[in-house]
Design a binder for this molecule. Sequence first.
Ligand code: GLP
Length: 277
Amino acid sequence: MTQLPTEATHLPSSSDCNGIGIRVFGNADAANRCVAEEIANQMIYAANEGRNCVLGLATGSTPIGVYRELVRMHRDEALTFDNVITFNLDEYLPMQPHEPQSYVRFMNEKLFDHIDIRRENIHIPDGAIDPSAIEAFCRGYENRISDAGGIDLQLLGIGRTGHVGFNEPGSTRDSLTRRVRLNAKTRADAADDFRGIEHVPIHAITMGVQTILSARKIRLLAFGDHKAPIIRRTIHGAITGDVPATFLQGHGDTQFLLDEMAASRLDFVSSDETHHS
Ligand code: GLP
């Protein structure tokens, strides 16, 4: 392998496949910093234009490093969230906001409690809602996203089933925010958090595939060996509702930010092409 100049070792390898931009980083921290910087730039750009910045946010273990970096930028670099409006992807159903597995609690602990976002600008699907009010709530969620001007940048993780948000296999491209039934694999993956699969909720509320595809930019993060098979299928596979993340192939401004392990099964990524930082 050719020795690169020191500055170049901070650059990830980049390529494009089926319309998805792929950036492979030496480690998750480098990918997290890259996304956090892009989000901060988006916020600053919107503020300079006197606009709000609308962010679509994700839960799960994957985006925690991005939130940590954004909190650091707020603390050390005076990054303000004063003009930021957020919409979270999903929430278990039923779920009370104070419960340990609640995505409300997760977002407060990882991000919102540590920044200067206005509480009224935070939106998370309501897992405590009365079943009779779910449909109206979901329509209202879509309207609130439109009223805010649409999502500027949507952050995503990916589940083993190829779900984005909680759009499980069988989701259609034109799906909107709605109540869904969770896949058995997804519930098994959440079993530890709930101390047993029998305690994992059967349902969730999630933004739809179309809701996600309406975002102007999409940035999906995936780290670790266990994500390699689904990342391969999502990038190289045919577009199908069996792997809802494949719908991202048709988006136009989607980037996957991967560590070497998550990228290890891609056809064109050899370890010589990736650089450590
Ligand atoms: C949950 C979330 C998804 C997330 C997925 C992966 O199912 N609803 O939005 O992408 O978990 O989780 P992790 O990042 O912990 O692998």
